[in-house]
Design a protein around this ligand. Sequence first.
Ligand code: HEC
Length: 309
Amino acid sequence: MPVILLYSMLFIVHLLGACQSYSDVSSTAGLEMSGYRLSDYKGFEKKWHLVTVRYRKDTGELRWVYANPRAFKALMNHATDYPDGAVFAKIALATHDDPEFKASVVPGGVRRYQLMVRNKIRHPDTGGWGYALFDANGRTLPENLTTQVQACVACHSLVPKRGLIFSQPVSLVPMNPSQVALLARDFGVRLEFTSVDVAQLPDLVRAQCEGIKTVRVLKGDLQDHLFQGTLDEIRPTLALEVKKSGLPSLLMSRDGVRFSGVFLDPKGKSCEKNGGHGTEMKSVHSLVGGEQPIYRMSFCHEDSIPSVD
Ligand code: HEC
């Protein structure tokens, strides 16, 4: 293909792309959430402090958390109340194996960006933090923005003693497993499960519980503010409860339309690649837009910290 033709095709594709983003802005997907745009913080990852890195084993998602200088200073002083102007940002990345060395997993493309901007006057209703979530191109997600913010608030409210910030700076001291256990307990304390008779569950949820009598249900604010991200984020917490109680564990919205559940999966094969270590589980959750479809995945729940080799 002549180079000039290729370039003109690329140009047309580029124009189409531009039109697409323009129409998105005026329809469902905008560029601003809680009064912030991702572009307001362009290049933050090169200028701010890297606070920590987290990895989700079930989704293969890598997260990098950054703090601007004001936020970082407060974090290092164990802040419980952050000063205005403090900003945290989180980048979520897909991962894949290095094709040349499969045992090594490398960061792939960006899935989304999240911001927490401290401004007590501007955000009195959300604990003084402005929450914003963007896709990889800096656009907001189609779901109602207020619902999304409520979900952020509900979950971050689990850590009031840390000023609503989950991340702790990476510590380079030699590993001490009891410290890890302590942090996990701290997170778990405010998440309360109760046993519920399956007959009392909403239809959609009960349909997923064939042959089961009792389930564990997570109580609290999270139930009021469920959006897609929460259904996914909560999976490891539910898995821990399944491991502890031996019963399926669920989080569901009060109207019973949205839910996320983790079940034991005796027929699962996900732990095979893990040398048989771990517990076979499956996750079932509703997807945006009401009753259907339902999303399922099998995974291997590892409850101990893997040994380092
Ligand atoms: C179900 C729980 C949950 C929900 C919902 C949630 N977060 Fe978080 N968030 C976390 C956890 C846990 C971390 C720690 C890092 C990690 O594990 O990814 C975190 C970290 C962050 C950070 C880095 C600062 C910190 O607290 O560590 C930002 C910024 C952030 N979240 C923004 C948001 C925004 C914006 C929303 C809503 C769109 C949101 N979060 C919804 C659990 C949640």
